[in-house]
Design a binder for this molecule. Structure first.
Ligand code: GTP
Length: 629
């Protein structure tokens, strides 16, 4: 096989290209520098010429014509990863080539380029036919090549061949879209002259992101295979290519590049169908020239926007570093208030539940046993008369038993409530002191001990409240008396229903406000109006449950108020130490936060350097604009 003699597209370039290169090089340098600084990771898009085309449309052939190197070419899929080709004109006779991938920079000899790319592709995408979006970069420094950076992407395959994953089309589409969607990208659509352009998948894709073709440029390949009707095809422009067409004939088989260029020129001169074609849209040299110009325009157009974006990002990072720690502003400031509101609502909710539980645990079987306990208590202490506010032995006996039966509920409640308070305090301190590891650990430890101490005191106090209720049937609270009166108003009706005078059949139940439907048949066995009346009275005096919930609510609120307003102060004083020395020791940041802060510093450094690089070039843009005029 004849080894292709590599000569770049611009070997025979017109003086305009080399003069153009002088202007474009600094612009490209700044873009390369921004790429090296990885500003894209900070969400800043850089201009790029992205090559797309259907499978075997001739993308690699076009690129090797431009960069003057021998890229892998085949009839099947061969571009399996994005290949960024940076061609740079240099005056030294010996070309310099290297491949950058996976953090490596591998020098390559020119004849081994295709093999080296295949090896690198296997390493990045795995052997076989699978594809990957991790790019390889090929740097070509060579005399006579245009200063261009282009990205070659895998060709679009509709039907997977043996060994390719079933979703290969989807995978390739995702990679292509990722590269052509940013408005900074110029889309170089490679179209084979042998096909109807409107059926090309690459046209469909580029139209999705660039409807009017304002940033789409087309290169038509294989013109030697289908010259007939080509002029009409490109002048009709049915597929909306805004930046225009260039038709080329690439190297065929083992042709030398020089031979290929000569053959191309001869072909466009002599072919009967193409001899009349406008010469400003044919040939690899013209393609190189136009791409350099399009690239320079794109960079010049984007740079002011890039400068603006870099400045905005820099400002945002400098002004509000806390956003980087808490994932966007706002929630940290709102946290304590939100949490307190949440806390109060939770407390009321928990108390309501306690009240229900206290009521239900006693009254669940009251429909069958209503007043049984009271009647028994009265019979045991026969002859005792009840008067308002006058405790008697029967009443206190029953009261004691009732309180004893439910005493576990308020204790359980206060344990649960203090557990909740502990959780809230811990989560507030975790959030508040996230950045300061030592401070966080100390504050959490101290607060936890404090909450545990209060919890113990509080539970003892609740036990005391329960004991007090066992001894006291007395109340002077007018609300409770009103409540008692309301219940007592139902007494006559209740007794009548039990006596059943002039009623047939005898009613089995009676509805009592505050108690619901009560079974009464069992009460007829103990028919004694006086005992029934006294028992009813006794029952209605069991207002202690309401009072229990109230006392607990007041007590717990008081303790939590003290915790928030006074006791936390104690923790802070301890933290400060006698001379305020302690706090300095505590303010050492946690390792995770140190890492985050370092990352933020790096971002700021990258952005500052980027800003400087771009600032240096801005005057050149003015010069470039003047040059164009
Ligand atoms: N006759 C002729 N053949 C060409 C021309 N351009 C490319 N070819 C041939 O078309 C075939 C495919 O070319 P490639 O450059 O590998 O196509 P590709 O689009 O890079 O392929 P994938 O990346 O695999 O999709 C090769 O055999 C080339 O030699 C041309 O202008 N004329």
């Amino acid at each position: 096989m004849k080894q292709p003699k590599v000569v770049g597209a611009a070997a025979a370039q017109a003086p305009i290209i080399s003069s153009f290169n002088d202007k474009i090089r600094p612009l490209l340098d700044v873009i390369d520098r921004l790429k090296l600084l990885m500003v894209m990771k900070e969400g800043i898009q850089l201009p790029a010429i992205v090559v797309v085309g259907d499978q075997s449309s001739g993308k690699s052939s076009v690129l090797e014509s431009l960069a003057g190197v021998n890229l892998p070419r085949s009839q099947g899929i061969c571009t399996r990863v994005p290949l960024i080709i940076r061609s740079q004109n240099h005056a030294r006779p010996r070309p310099e080539l290297y491949l950058e991938y996976n953090g490596k920079m591998v020098p390559v000899e020119e004849p081994q380029i295709a093999t080296a790319i295949n090896i690198a592709t296997d390493e990045v995408a795995g052997p076989g036919k699978s594809i990957s979006d991790i790019p390889l970069t090929l740097v070509v420094r060579k005399d006579g090549v245009p200063d261009l950076t282009v990205v070659d992407l895998p060709g679009i395959i509709r039907v997977p061949v043996h060994g390719q994953p079933d979703n290969i089309y989807k995978q390739i589409r995702v990679i292509i879209m990722q590269y052509i969607t940013p408005k900074e990208s110029i889309i170089l659509n490679v179209l084979s002259a042998t096909v109807d352009f409107s059926t090309c998948e690459s046209i469909r894709m580029s139209q999705q992101v660039d409807k009017n073709g304002e940033r789409t440029f087309a290169v038509v390949t294989k013109v030697d295979r289908a010259p007939e009707g080509l002029v009409d095809k490109v002048t009709a422009d049915d597929v909306n290519i805004g930046l225009g067409y260039v038709c080329v004939r690439n190297r065929i088989g083992d042709e030398y590049y020089e031979e290929a260029r000569k053959e191309e020129a001869r072909f466009f001169e002599t072919n009967a169908h193409l001899s009349c074609i406008d010469k400003s849209i044919v040939g690899v040299h013209v393609l190189a020239q136009k791409l350099v110009q399009i690239q320079a325009n794109a960079i010049a157009k984007c740079l002011p926007e890039i400068v603006k974006n870099i400045s905005a990002k820099l400002d945002a990072n400098l002004k509000n570093p806390s956003r980087n720690f808490f994932g966007g502003g706002g929630e940290f400031d709102e946290y304590p208030e939100g949490n307190m509101k949440h806390g109060s609502a939770r407390f009321v909710e928990m108390l309501n539940r306690l009240s229900d539980e206290l009521h239900n645990c006693e009254e669940s079987n009251l429909s069958k046993d209503f007043l049984t306990e009271e009647i028994k208590g009265l019979e045991d202490a026969k002859g005792i008369e009840l008067r308002n506010f006058h405790p008697c032995e029967a009443f206190l006996g029953i009261l004691r038993r009732k309180v004893e039966r439910i005493s576990y509920l308020p204790i359980k409640f206060s344990e649960k409530y203090w557990d909740y308070i502990d959780d809230v305090v811990m989560s507030v301190l975790t959030r508040q002191w996230e950045m300061y590891y030592h401070l966080k650990v100390f504050a959490k430890g101290a607060a936890h001990n404090l909450v545990q101490k209060l919890r113990e005191e509080s539970i003892n106090r609740v036990k005391e409240i329960v004991e007090i209720e066992k001894l006291t049937g007395y109340t002077c609270n007018p609300d409770y008396m009103m409540e008692w009166n309301k219940f007592m108003n139902q007494q006559d009706h209740f007794i009548n229903q039990i006596s059943g005078t002039n009623m047939w059949p005898l009613p089995c139940s009676v509805n009592l406000q505050g108690f619901g439907e009560i079974q009464i048949e069992h009460l007829r066995q103990h028919w004694n109006v006086s005992i029934l009346q006294q028992a009813f009275d006794l029952k209605m005096r069991m207002i202690f449950k309401v009072r229990l919930v109230d006392s607990m609510a007041l007590h717990l609120r008081y303790h939590v108020h003290n915790l928030v307003h006074n006791d936390i102060d104690e923790i802070v004083k301890k933290l400060m130490g006698p001379d305020g020395h302690g706090i300095k020791m505590m303010l050492v940041e946690s390792p995770a936060i140190v890492a985050k802060r370092e990352k933020l510093k790096n971002i700021i450094k990258v952005l500052k350097e980027s800003k400087d690089s771009v600032a240096m070039i801005m005057d050149r843009i003015v010069a470039y604009d003047a040059y164009l005029v």
